[in-house]
Design a protein around this ligand. Structure first.
Ligand SMILES: NC(=O)c1ccc[n+]([C@@H]2O[C@H](COP(=O)([O-])OP(=O)(O)OC[C@H]3O[C@@H](n4cnc5c(N)ncnc54)[C@H](O)[C@@H]3O)[C@@H](O)[C@H]2O)c1
Length: 306
């Protein structure tokens, strides 16, 4: 396993490319246009610099990692030589099915096709390909270079060989793989998203403000980050998409996304990536932490209706 193709250079894709490149793999990073790829590379460079400052890597390791990454806007060229493809495109079923159909046409019989999806059925994705046994979920956590967990999701047809290969690959990256079955949201988001949704509902119903909710969960439950800040970090659009998958997948109203979350996404307040969500962020800042805080209830456009 040497050549890795990563599809999508957004929040997760650039982190996955960063991690593989740092561990010596050749990475083909694919996205829809040059601008997003450039932004992805800028983020990777800034995050490698952060690792140098922390003393985790050397300047030489940073340069080697950057040399290992090549960018492509054409899926066919980017995926043609892949031993493993990791799809980290937008959390949308049609987008993923379309991508896997194309990948199935361009990749060799032995290429493993993995999805970093947070919630969409690996079995459904696999069913659109020629070799469903080669399809698996490889769910990294955000930020990828830092977080240890990789949720490994076996689809209905995933072979033992593919499962074993992905588990040992995750270990090669110094990650800790955990195997789970293919049901909506798997484990991570099946548990996390209802908590985030409940935090948004608590805000929507005026039970407490943004900072109060996050402070209760940080100081009371020893969470390193409150649920609303975490939602900003994940992307509110991603949270909404996952909740919709849980809601339709289980047919249970307990997963219905809070109308405030729906409104915020419609208004373009998607969290850190847009500069505002439950908190506001310094424009262009690569800092993963909140720059200046505001209370959502002060925002006329987003505040709960009286
Ligand atoms: N954000 C998180 O914390 C997080 C954590 C774990 C998993 N995920 C999952 O990772 C995936 C990516 O999420 P993200 O947060 O990085 O999203 P994002 O919006 O930051 O990035 C998605 C990228 O995919 C690109 N893209 C869309 N369609 C494409 C196509 N046809 N070909 C190539 N590129 C395409 C977009 O241009 C964009 O750059 C989703 O499935 C999401 O559920 C997200």
């Amino acid at each position: 396993m040497k050549n890795i193709t990563v599809i999508g250079s957004g929040t997760m894709g650039n982190g996955i490319a960063h991690t593989f490149a740092l561990y010596g793999f050749k990475v083909a990073l694919v996205d829809v246009n040059e601008d997003v790829l450039y932004k992805g590379l800028q983020t990777i460079t800034a995050n490698l610099d952060r690792q140098i400052t922390k003393g985790d890597i050397s300047e030489q390791e940073k340069n080697n990692a950057l040399t290992n990454i090549t960018t492509y806007t054409d899926l066919y060229t980017g995926a043609a030589n892949a031993d493993l493809v990791i799809e980290a495109a937008t959390e949308n079923k049609e987008t993923k099915l379309n991508l896997f159909k194309q990948l199935s046409g361009v990749c060799g019989e032995k290429t493993i096709l993995a999805s970093n999806t947070s919630s969409i059925s690996i079995t459904q994705i696999a069913a659109i390909t020629k070799n469903p046994g080669n399809v698996i979920g490889m769910h990294f956590m955000n930020p990828v270079p830092v977080m240890k967990l990789v949720e490994v999701i076996r689809g209905y047809a995933t072979t033992d060989e593919v499962n074993t290969t992905i588990i040992s690959l995750a270990k090669q990256l110094d990650k800790i793989p955990v195997e789970v079955s293919d049901y909506p949201g798997f484990i991570a988001n099946r548990i996390l998203m209802p908590m985030i949704n409940e935090a948004v509902y608590s805000l929507f119903e005026g039970v407490a403000g943004v900072q109060e909710i996050d402070t209760v969960m940080k100081l009371g439950m020893a969470h390193p980050m409150g649920p609303l800040q975490l939602a900003d970090f994940i992307g509110l659009d991603v949270c909404l998409a996952i909740l919709n998958v849980l809601h339709s997948g289980f047919g249970n109203p307990k997963y219905a996304p809070c109308p405030l979350l729906v409104n915020m996404v419609a208004a373009g307040h998607t969290g850190i990536k847009s500069g505002s969500g439950f908190y506001k962020y310094k424009k262009g800042s690569k800092d993963l932490v909140v720059a200046d805080k505001f209370n959502l209830m002060d925002d006329k456009n987003l505040a709960k209706p009286k």
